[in-house]
Design a protein around this ligand. Structure first.
Ligand SMILES: O=C(O)CCC(=O)C(=O)O
Ligand SMILES: [Fe+2]
Length: 220
């Protein structure tokens, strides 16, 4: 192994994390969650025992292609009444499962890396993409205060993430997000449009034919 490969890939062959700035308040932390992924997925398995993934419907009653659940004090919901946050899982009428330390520690560390030192997530939306599932271009704007950033963790199969601008009509960049990548956007970039293209078929060693995305927010 030469010196360059030694630096890039580390001793176990894993790539070292690196930061890519995509705007004044947007940074892609390549590989930031790779080391913690197994612990996060073990905690996720416990979350979905009490609050399983489900396909929420949008306002016209059509189900979303992405299956969702939440953990933390607040959970994001969509139904025929619209979008909102709630402390309770409507399926069980109980509170959403608490946010595991593995989740909140990772989200805080990523926010710090992106320059947001006081991020305290109270909501984690957990998205599960099966092959073909997608998310159309949208802004995250159901939160009370836009000063806190969004921290978005990608696990499992790779996805093409569309990173747009402040207006829907602005041309979106296509980002390849792979297992362990963390994208943070906040500050001036907090209301950037974004979406995910239909998931392509594949098999990931930890998650099989799925992609999991954790979206951390300070919602309340
Ligand atoms: O799956 C992703 O990478 C993005 C998810 C997202 O934008 C959202 O949940 O609001
Ligand atoms: Fe979003």
């Amino acid at each position: 192994m030469n010196a360059v490969n030694g630096d890039l890939f580390g001793r176990d062959g894993a790539r070292e994390p690196w930061s890519e700035w995509l705007g004044s308040g947007t940074v892609l932390l390549h590989g930031f969650a790779t080391t913690d992924a197994a612990a996060i997925l073990a905690d996720l398995a416990r979350i979905i025992e009490t609050s399983p993934f489900r396909h929420m419907v949008i306002v016209d009653g059509r189900p979303m292609s992405v299956a969702m659940t939440n953990c933390g004090a607040l959970g994001w919901l969509s139904d025929t009444a619209g979008y909102r946050y709630s402390s309770f899982d409507p399926q069980s009428s109980h509170r959403w499962p608490p946010m595991p330390d593995s989740f909140s520690n990772l989200a805080r560390a990523a926010a710090i890396q992106a320059g947001f030192s006081s991020f305290t997530p109270d909501a984690c939306l957990i998205n599960r993409y099966a092959v073909g599932a997608r998310m159309s271009l949208h802004q995250d704007k159901d939160e009370r205060d836009f000063r806190a950033p969004i921290v978005s963790v990608s696990l499992g199969l790779p996805a093409v993430f569309l990173l747009g601008g402040a207006k829907r009509t602005e041309r979106a960049q296509r980002l390849a997000l792979i297992h362990g990548d963390v994208l943070v956007w906040g500050g001036q970039d907090r209301l950037r449009y974004h979406g995910v293209q239909p998931l392509k078929a594949g098999c990931h060693p930890l998650l099989g034919d799925a992609r999991i995305n954790l979206t951390f927010r300070q919602a309340g």
